[in-house]
Ligand binder design. Structure first.
Ligand SMILES: Cc1cc2nc3c(=O)[nH]c(=O)nc-3n(C[C@H](O)[C@H](O)[C@H](O)COP(=O)(O)O)c2cc1C
Length: 389
């Protein structure tokens, strides 16, 4: 028989290491058999099974409140919001009648649903399994609802915090000044180009997952102008002139941000990148309603730090407003309304640091004119690349 030697783990170390894993914070509530409304704060809540719908949490075996909650007919798991830290602190104390001064309403099963929580799960205790010095309380879900779709409260390394979307955050930490200063060398040439073609010509730099305007000029009759520092998210199809020349992982990441896109739309995005690289420029055509739809989504994006669900919804709107048109199908004689033509300004670095965008040039031009504008921008970008080196 092989002897297994039990390894001793220092409890302090166990806590310290486990504290590096964040959890949400819930309040498990119920009406005990004597009629008292009870609550305990629980970080160990987890979803267990979809079919049948089961959730679980892990009360410590010495918990006084869990002994009371076990006697309730129904339990509510209340998911606390980012602004409910004080409520959490009140409910975590080992005190009698903790819900006496709190505002709550009964769940369909009768358990307290606290005011202001993100969501609640109404359940019945199915099984209490022993797990060392804790129990695993397995609960059958009877009902569930989102009450307030805001960021949840997060517990991490003994402290409370919130949630921020890393990959979507506008990175204000990178200084725009060097890019703006660098772009000034091209100012008079860009003004001349805008006067020659019409529409708006803007130079963008890349900051993380955003394109940021560093220089803009307009031709006669164009009154819009992208303010310096305007942010555009690099969500497909936006920013393809940055992405087409960047590393394959960066391209896949860009494509993965096309939430809600069908297989066919994803294939089109890949085709769009291939085509941009091949020709050196990328084209979006305008269509009724497209401009308003895209602008509204971009403005909403710029307004701030959205939660993932909202962010996905905005991304979907950007993706759906994509005016991709394969250049191969550009009819040299038919009329076209160009939304944008973009070209990279390639220098020695692999992915472009700057891109040039022509926005809403004169409408109703034939394919031959579109092609000639694109060639003009491409030649301009090549010169600009040399000039900036
Ligand atoms: C953020 C946070 C998470 C907690 N998670 C758990 C947990 O998962 N299981 C548990 O038994 N106690 C947990 N507690 C402790 C209990 O909420 C609370 O201290 C305990 O219910 C009070 O002791 P009593 O049950 O003996 O009255 C947590 C406390 C906090 C502040």
């Amino acid at each position: 028989m092989t002897e297994t030697k039990e390894r001793t783990i220092d409890p302090q170390r166990f806590r310290e290491v486990m504290g590096h894993y964040p959890t949400g914070v819930t309040a498990v509530t119920g009406i005990a058999e004597d009629g008292e409304a009870c609550a305990m704060v629980v970080g160990t809540f987890t979803s267990v099974s979809l079919d049948p719908p089961l959730v679980a949490f892990l009360p410590t075996r010495s918990s006084f409140i869990f002994d009371r909650l076990r006697t309730a007919n129904s339990l509510a798991i209340n998911i606390l919001a980012h602004d409910q830290e004080q409520l959490c602190r009140r409910l975590a104390r080992p005190a009698p009648d903790k819900l006496g001064n709190e505002v709550w309403e009964p769940s369909p099963g009768g358990a307290p649903v606290l005011d202001g929580v993100v969501a609640s799960i109404d359940c019945t205790l199915e099984q209490v399994i022993e797990g060392g010095d804790h129990y695993i309380a397995l609960c059958a879900v009877q009902d569930l609802a989102v009450h307030r779709s805001v960021a949840p409260l997060v517990f991490f390394q003994g402290g409370y915090g919130g949630f921020a979307m890393g990959s979507f955050m506008i990175r204000g930490d990178q200084d725009l000044a060097p890019s703006v200063a660098r772009a000034q060398a091209l100012r008079s040439d860009i003004e001349a180009l805008a006067a020659e073609i019409g529409g708006e010509i803007t130079l963008f730099t890349r900051q993380g997952d955003d394109a940021v305007a560093v220089l803009s000029a307009v031709g006669a009759g164009t009154d819009i102008i992208s303010p310096l520092g305007s942010h555009y998210p690099l969500i497909p199809p936006l920013g393809d002139a940055f992405i087409a020349w960047s590393a394959p992982e960066d391209q896949e990441r860009w494509i993965s941000r096309a939430f809600g896109a069908s297989e066919q739309e994803l294939a089109t995005l890949r085709q769009r990148l291939d085509e941009a690289r091949l020709r050196g420029w990328s084209l979006s055509l305008d269509a009724p309603g497209r401009r308003e739809q895209l602008e509204a989504a971009v403005v909403e994006y710029g307004a701030g730090n959205h939660l993932p669900a909202k962010q996905r919804e905005i991304s979907q709107r950007i993706v759906k407003s994509a005016g991709y048109f394969p250049v191969g199908q550009l009819d040299r004689t038919a009329r076209h309304d160009v939304a944008t033509i973009t070209v990279p300004i390639l220098q020695r670095e692999e992915s472009p640091h700057l891109i040039l965008r022509l926005l809403y040039p004169p409408a109703g031009v034939n394919g031959a004119t579109v092609e000639s504008w694109a060639q003009r921008l491409k030649a301009f970008a090549e010169d600009a690349g040399r000039q900036l080196e």
